[in-house]
Design a protein around this ligand. Structure first.
Ligand code: NAD
Ligand code: TDX
Length: 366
């Protein structure tokens, strides 16, 4: 039986991690344990995303530790301080465009950071088997959160399954693929209890506005141009972030040790079709003229090595764990747009940081 009592969430101040902590502490009554959020607060981490959690659960069931996952001593001290029995590893450098501009941080955090966590977990959870040999406790779990991008790029047909060979094509996806391999290497070599999930594109509240959906929403609200890479026909499969997180929690609870699960929205869109749908929703809610917003769509230079299509077969997750999505894409997009319209303070907080400089330097000139 997994203990699931002292849960270390890495990257809990980021987009998916902070949504995960909200779901776990506010919407999962069966969970009675503690959450320890280990986050370095890089440009993508934002303590403000968890202000409500901090005030409701801080010091009793929620603890924040600012640390870097590549810092072995800090990671070991956190395992010890909280007697960690479960790791849910979200922390990563996550943006493909940034990995093209500067891959080094991706190798450091995604590869070395994952290695550091795995090795610290292996040591902290070391045990002696009944026959006197060295082993690892069986009531612990290391869950690794990964991406569908490790599988490469699809043509017009087909889906990624759990047995699709890895074929990463960006520095980001290569670093995530590498971390996935390390996770299974620790399972096969040392017996570390692990599970792994590969998810498609998430969207929802607290999404950093360098990614397609929040960038477009904010640009529309500010009357800025809407930059579409290449011909706009690249396809992504979109999943509401809360539904990703309920899948992760289902795997952590009931997923088979040593197994990987694909998570997807079964919801493929070309970028340009998605943008038109988003324009309709934003224009209606923010009382903008949709034709005027549409006129700001600008086709820009393509992303180098831009993967053409991602599509996920998540039948294993659905059949084994009974997971299903809670919202349609229409509902999820509407919730997301409402969230950005109603959370100006959060948005202003992001804009007042390095974000503006970065966007101006790397995005506006495209
Ligand atoms: P994000 O960039 O929004 O957040 C990453 C978080 O990790 C931030 O809070 C950041 O401060 C923290 N972090 C980065 N480097 C760190 C380090 N060295 N030490 C400690 N903390 C560090 O990312 P996200 O979109 O929330 O993605 C979370 C995870 O989910 C990643 O592993 C990503 O690969 C995976 N994933 C994301 C998506 C998506 O659509 N966003 C889809 C599938 C999988
Ligand atoms: O300005 C833009 N214009 C544009 O056309 C941006 C930012 C993106 N795009 C395109 C590129 C992609 O085809 O939109 C699509 C989505 O782009 P991103 O939001 O950057 O996401 P993507 O590259 O697909 O990766 C995301 O999903 C998988 C996450 O960032 C990853 O962390 C996750 O693993």
């Amino acid at each position: 039986m997994r203990k699931l009592t002292n849960v270390l969430v890495t990257g809990g101040a980021g987009f998916i991690g902070c949504n995960f902590i909200h779901v776990l502490l506010q919407k999962t009554p069966s969970f009675k344990g503690r959450v320890i959020n280990l986050d370095a607060l890089t440009y993508a981490g934002n303590a403000a995303s968890l202000a409500d959690v901090e005030s409701d659960f801080g010091g009793s069931r929620y603890f924040f530790e600012r640390a870097d996952i590549t810092d072995r001593a800090a990671v070991e001290a956190i395992f010890k301080k909280y007697d960690i029995d479960t790791v849910i590893h979200f922390a990563a450098e996550s943006h493909v465009d940034r990995s093209i501009l500067g891959p080094e941080a991706f190798i450091k955090t995604n590869v070395m950071g994952t290695f550091t966590l795995l090795d610290a977990a292996r040591n902290f959870w070391a045990d002696t088997n009944a026959d006197g040999t060295k082993g690892i406790r069986s009531d612990v779990l290391f869950h690794h959160v990964s991406t569908d991008e490790v599988y490469g790029s699809l043509g017009d047909t087909g889906y990624f399954t759990e047995t699709t060979p890895y074929d990463p094509r960006s520095p980001y996806s290569a670093s995530k693929a590498s971390s996935d391999h390390l996770v299974f290497a620790y399972h096969h070599t040392y017996g570390l209890p692990v599970t792994l999930s590969n998810c498609s594109n998430n969207y929802g509240p607290y999404h950093f506005p360098e990614k397609l959906i929040p960038l477009m929403i904010l640009n529309m609200l500010e009357g800025k141009s809407l930059p579409v890479y290449g011909d706009g026909k690249n396809i992504r499969d979109w999943l509401f972030v809360e539904d990703h997180n309920t899948a992760v929690w289902a795997i952590v609870n009931k997923g088979r040790t040593g197994e990987k699960y694909n998570i997807g929205g079964e919801n493929e869109w070309t970028n340009i079709d998605l943008l038109h749908r988003l324009i309709d929703i934003v224009a209606e809610k923010a009382k903008l003229d949709p034709a005027k917003v549409r006129s700001t769509i600008t086709y820009v230079k393509d992303r180098p090595g831009h993967d053409r299509r991602y599509a996920i077969d998540c039948s294993k997750l659905k059949a084994e764990l009974g997971w299903k999505q809670s919202v349609t894409f229409e509902q999820g997009l509407a919730k997301t747009v409402d969230w950005y319209l109603n959370n100006e303070k959060w948005v202003e907080g992001i804009k007042s940081g390095d974000y503006k400089n970065w966007v101006e330097k790397n995005y506006t000139a495209r």
